[in-house]
Write a protein that binds this ligand. Structure first.
Ligand SMILES: Cc1cc2nc3c(=O)[nH]c(=O)nc-3n(C[C@H](O)[C@H](O)[C@H](O)COP(=O)(O)OP(=O)(O)OC[C@H]3O[C@@H](n4cnc5c(N)ncnc54)[C@H](O)[C@@H]3O)c2cc1C
Length: 338
C-alpha cells in the first residue's frame, strides 16, 4: 500500500512529497493540472521560506530580496532582513525545481482529479488509490477540506489578489508594498528582466482598473510588455482543524489569512515537514497542535495588519508610522522573515 497520497502538486503538495520520500515513504501525488503550474502569487520568498527550500535541497533561480519597503504617495520606509536573504522566484521556476526533485526521489505523479475521499481504520482511498495517509494540499478552496466538514464560514471582509508580470529590469532589491486607500500593490523582482506585481484588494475589477490606484507605479511600467494576468480569492479561508482521521491538511488548504505579509509558501513548507514527521512517528493526532504552534506568530501579525488596514483612519497612518518608527517597522518585518 502507498504510504502517503498527496492531493495537489503545488508547493505544499510537492514539499510534502519530497519530505515523505526523504523519510523513506512511498509517495504518490495526484494533481489535476498537467504541465508546469503557474498561479496568482506575489512570488516573494521570505528568508525563512528560502531556508526551508535549502533544507529540501531546492535552489530555484530568482532575484535576491534584501528587505521590504512600504510606500505611499508621500514617501517610503525601508526594512532590511536581518536573518538572511529572501528571493523573488517565478512560480513556474519553483514548480519545475520542486517537481524535478520529487521525480528524482521516486515520487510518482498522477494527473487527474483526486475526487471523493473515503477512509477506514487502516487506510484512506481517493483517486482510485489506497494509502495509509492522505495529505490534502489542494489549495485555498480545498474541496477535501469542505467535503470533510473542516471548512468554517468566514465573516471577514473579502479580499482578492491579481498578479501581472511586466517585462522590465527590476529597480529595487526589496519587495515594495505600495499602499493605496483600498488596496496594496506588491512589486517583486523575479528575474533580470521581469517584475511581478500583485494587487490585493477588496474591490472587484481587472488589473488595469486596480492599477489606477497606483499612478506612480502605472507610470513606471507604462509601455512595457506583460504576460497573462492571474487572480485568486477570496483569500481568507478558515479550517476548524487540520486533521480528520487519516487525512491531514497542508498549505493553503489548512487555512489562509491573507497574502499581505507574503509568508504563505514558507508556512506551507514548514507544515509539510511537520506533517511527514507526524506520519512517520504515527502521531497524526498531534499534527493540528503542531500546525497551530508553527503558524501562530504569522497568523497574529497578518490578521493584525489586515485588521488595521481595514480601518481607513488607521490605514492612512501605516506608512507614516513605519517611517517615523523605523526600528519598530524593521522589528515587525523581521518577525515575519525569520
Ligand atoms: C495574490 C497572492 C499573492 C501571494 N503572494 C505570496 C508571496 O509573495 N509569498 C508567499 O510565500 N506566498 C504568497 N501567496 C500565497 C501562496 O501563493 C500560497 O500560500 C501557495 O501557493 C500555497 O501553495 P499550495 O500548494 O497550498 O496551493 P496551490 O499553489 O494553490 O496548489 C494547489 C494545487 O492543488 C491542485 N488541486 C486542487 N484541487 C485538486 C483536486 N481535486 N485534485 C487534484 N489536484 C487538485 C491545484 O491544481 C493546484 O495545483 C500569495 C497568494 C496570492 C493569492
Amino acid at each position: 500500500m502507498i504510504d502517503l497520497l498527496v492531493a495537489g502538486g503545488g508547493p505544499a503538495g510537492l514539499a510534502t512529497a519530497i519530505h515523505g520520500a526523504k523519510a523513506g515513504l512511498e509517495v504518490v501525488v495526484v494533481e489535476r493540472r498537467p504541465g508546469t503550474l503557474d498561479k496568482a502569487c506575489g512570488e516573494g520568498m521570505m528568508p525563512h521560506t528560502v531556508a526551508h527550500l535549502e533544507r529540501l535541497g531546492v535552489a530555484p533561480l530568482g532575484m535576491p530580496l534584501r528587505g521590504i519597503s512600504y510606500l505611499d504617495g508621500d514617501g517610503r520606509a525601508d526594512a532590511t532582513f536581518r536573518t538572511g536573504t529572501g528571493r523573488g522566484v517565478r512560480r513556474t521556476v519553483l514548480h519545475t525545481a520542486l517537481a524535478d526533485l520529487a521525480e528524482t526521489m521516486g515520487v510518482r505523479t498522477v494527473h487527474g482529479d483526486i475526487g471523493t475521499v473515503g477512509q477506514d481504520a487502516e487506510s484512506v482511498f481517493a483517486g482510485g488509490l489506497r494509502a495509509r495517509y492522505l495529505a490534502a494540499a489542494d489549495g485555498l478552496h480545498s474541496p477535501i477540506r469542505t467535503a470533510l466538514g473542516l471548512s468554517q464560514p468566514c465573516q471577514d471582509r473579502r479580499r482578492w489578489g491579481i498578479r501581472r508580470h511586466v517585462q522590465m529590469a527590476p529597480w529595487s532589491d526589496r519587495v515594495e508594498v505600495r499602499w493605496a486607500p483600498g488596496s496594496e500593490a506588491y512589486v517583486t523582482p523575479v528575474a533580470e528582466d521581469c517584475v511581478g506585481i500583485a494587487v490585493l484588494t477588496s474591490s472587484r475589477g481587472g488589473f488595469d482598473q486596480q492599477l489606477r490606484a497606483f499612478p506612480a507605479l502605472a507610470d513606471r511600467i507604462r509601455g512595457h510588455a506583460h504576460g497573462q494576468d492571474r487572480a485568486a480569492g477570496p483569500l481568507r479561508q478558515k479550517a476548524r482543524s487540520r486533521a480528520a482521521g487519516r487525512v491531514l491538511l497542508v498549505g493553503d488548504a489548512a487555512g489562509y489569512i491573507d497574502a499581505l505579509t507574503g509568508e504563505g509558501m514558507g508556512l506551507a513548507f514548514g507544515a509539510a515537514e511537520k506533517l511527514v514527521k507526524c506520519v512517520v512517528a504515527g502521531r497524526t493526532d498531534d499534527y493540528d497542535r503542531q500546525w497551530r504552534a508553527l503558524t501562530r506568530r504569522y497568523r497574529w501579525l497578518t490578521a493584525g495588519l489586515v485588521g488595521a488596514g481595514s480601518v481607513s483612519t488607521i490605514r492612512s497612518r501605516i506608512v507614516p508610522a513605519a517611517r517615523a518608527l523605523p526600528m519598530v517597522f524593521a522589528g515587525l518585518v523581521n518577525q515575519l522573515a525569520a
